[in-house]
Ligand binder design. Structure first.
Ligand SMILES: Cc1cc2nc3c(=O)[nH]c(=O)nc-3n(C[C@H](O)[C@H](O)[C@H](O)COP(=O)(O)OP(=O)(O)OC[C@H]3O[C@@H](n4cnc5c(N)ncnc54)[C@H](O)[C@@H]3O)c2cc1C
Length: 554
């Protein structure tokens, strides 16, 4: 049998079911086409399975002759042709330890490749993102923002804290959303793939290719470790004895405290600190580094600190913490702030000093899997561990810990493990977002990193007061900083502090990924009165003073 390909086409001009039928028939009539499908006219696309010799032109011409427009979007070897070989004598072709985002991406990829897959989950299906991470935190952040904006329609220059709102109700709504998404995006998804089995229990490796769960031993063909991460706290004297909140507990507090101390001003500390402050809690943030959001450009950390302080949060950097105690119903932190000893007290203490891979009790040594100093699983560029039958993906690899990275890694690791595809784990042009208000979003190199890498870098900084969208929205908090290679003008870094920075960063991500120049951004249309127009204005700032340009500057 000759080789076959799956081809996806975008179809324009279909307006009814009859159109979908005409397009399907036109495609089926092309010599070498085995199967053609239009999943409803409003889908706007068609999928074709054809001999590899069938050309894009033949398919597009056939659609054109039927009265529609077509463009080939993707050609890939037919999944069925790339089926994972069966693992002789194995319980499952692939056993995945962990049931979070990396695991689900891996399981779906495995199932699509025709493999039998088992997911082993010891806790709640769905893992961190949907249950205790992205989803609950972002829904509470949005609720806090709405409550805050309602209290302060003109919130620049505010003077007092907003009144406490109905926290329990907000938490209940958050729990309802989490439950619905867990059901819709994880539990129900499993039902679509009959060759994925869920095994409930904690898994442990007991040999090179042997896993035990609840006393049963399995010998899968390949193993994928996707055990995620857990909150980590530094060894501060008294901290363990005093007890503290981590992000999971903070997101489900039964009642709002009067006051909250937050140790750590990374993404989670800042997001949760501002969230509670906006619900009327007196918040103080203690950060050991020189500025908040430590991985970001210093200008962004400094500006964000000003905005948070404008909301009556107290934000301290370069803090040394000597001891934590819990006495008389409050937490007391002995610290050195600005070179002076200070006793900070609050009703609750949140420790947000990062997360570490959850790999301690897995029996990795028995399987010959190596870990780094923070417990992160060591892998090669194909995500294979030192044991050729064991792969790893997601937070258990260590930083960067984002759900979209975990999902990408899971799919890639499963494909490599099952088919030997040799796909390379590539995190170039990886954007990230801190969901404060305003948001922080970055991609590529900072000014310092560019110079450390030996690049001759030039930078441009645009304040949001020069972005029409920010003026119209009466929210000029923020800035955009671009880093470009001096000699070529190639964009190598973009750093945004703005309302909707998380959306704006995506244009810069594409620009960096595809090696675009500052001039490419300047010469591309950007709709007037959008925040992303700020990116174009920042690009113009390399050559001109945009504050002296007219609106719609080109
Ligand atoms: C508060 C918070 C907010 C976040 N916000 C964002 C955000 O906005 N955007 C973003 O991209 N990322 C965010 N993240 C990070 C994101 O949630 C994680 O990067 C992602 O969920 C990791 O997925 P994973 O599959 O690697 O691990 P997880 O989802 O943690 O899954 C691992 C699973 O493995 C299970 N497990 C562990 N050991 C075993 C074992 N031995 N046997 C059986 N099961 C086991 C665990 O119970 C867990 O369910 C946030 C994280 C937190 C904590």
């Amino acid at each position: 049998m000759s080789e076959r390909t799956q081809i996806t086409l975008r179809i324009e001009g279909m307006t009814c079911d009859g159109c979908a039928r005409h397009v399907t028939e036109a495609l089926k009539a092309v010599a070498g086409v085995v199967e053609a499908q239009v999943p409803g006219w409003h889908s706007g696309h068609a999928t074709v399975i054809a001999e590899t010799s069938v050309t894009d032109e033949a398919l597009m011409n056939a659609v054109r002759e039927a009265g529609y427009r077509a463009l080939v979007r993707e050609r890939r070897p037919l999944e069925g042709e790339r089926r994972a070989p069966k693992s002789e004598g194995a319980d499952y072709d692939l056993m995945i330890i962990g049931g979070g985002s990396a695991a689900f991406a891996a399981a779906i990829k495995g199932a699509e490749l025709g493999a039998t897959v088992a997911i082993v989950e010891g806790d709640t299906i769905g893992g961190t993102c949907v249950n205790i991470g992205c989803v609950p935190s972002k829904t509470l952040i949005k609720a806090a923002e709405l409550c805050y904006r309602a209290a302060y329609p003109k919130f620049e220059g505010l003077t007092a804290c907003p009144p406490p709102s109905d926290w329990q109700r907000v938490v209940q709504q958050k729990d309802e959303l989490v439950a619905a998404l867990r059901q819709g995006k994880y539990v129900n998804v499993m039902e679509v793939y009959p060759n994925i089995t869920l095994i409930r229990g904690w898994a442990r490796l007991i040999g090179a290719r042997r896993v035990t769960v609840n006393g049963t031993t399995y010998t899968p063909g390949k193993i994928l470790i996707a055990t995620g991460s857990r909150p980590w706290a530094p060894p501060i004297p008294g901290l363990q004895e005093a007890g503290y909140l981590d992000s999971t507990e903070a997101l489900s507090l039964p009642a709002l405290p009067q006051s909250l101390l937050v140790i750590g001003a990374g993404a989670i500390g800042l997001e949760l600190g501002q969230l509670f402050s906006r619900f009327g809690v007196r918040v103080m943030v203690l950060e050991g580094g020189p500025h908040v959001a430590g991985g970001e450009e210093p200008e962004i950390g400094a500006a964000l600190t000003r905005y948070l302080e404008g909301e009556k949060m107290r934000v301290c950097t370069d803090v040394r913490i000597h001891r934590v105690e819990r006495t008389q119903g409050e937490y007391r932190v002995q610290a050195e702030i600005d070179g002076r000893a200070e006793l900070c007290a609050a009703e609750r203490l949140l420790v947000a000093t990062g997360r570490r891979p959850h790999t301690g009790e897995l029996g990795l040594e028995t399987a010959g899997v190596q870990v780094g100093s923070r417990g992160e699983i060591l892998v090669n560029e194909h995500l294979r561990t030192a044991n050729p039958d064991i792969y790893a993906a997601g937070d258990c690899l260590g930083d960067p810990m984002y759900v979209y990275v975990a999902a990408y890694a899971g799919g890639l690791a499963a494909e490599n493990a099952l088919t030997g595809a040799g796909r390379i784990y590539d995190l170039a042009a990886l954007p990230h977002v801190i969901f404060t208000d305003p948001q922080v979003a970055s991609v590529g190199l900072s000014e310092r990193h560019a110079r450390e890498q030996g690049l001759k870098a030039k930078t441009a900084v645009l304040q949001l007061k020069d972005v029409p969208r920010a003026l119209a929205a009466r929210d000029t908090r923020g800035l955009i900083k671009l880093v470009a290679e001096e000699t070529t003008g190639r964009l190598v870094g973009a750093h945004v502090l703005a309302d909707a920075a998380g959306e704006v960063i995506q244009e810069a991500t594409l620009a960096i990924r595809f090696g675009l120049m500052i001039t490419d951004i300047v010469e591309t249309f950007h709709p007037y009165l959008t925040m992303v127009e700020g990116l174009k204005l920042a690009a113009l700032t390399f050559e001109r003073d945009v504050s002296k340009l007219s609106c719609c500057a080109t």
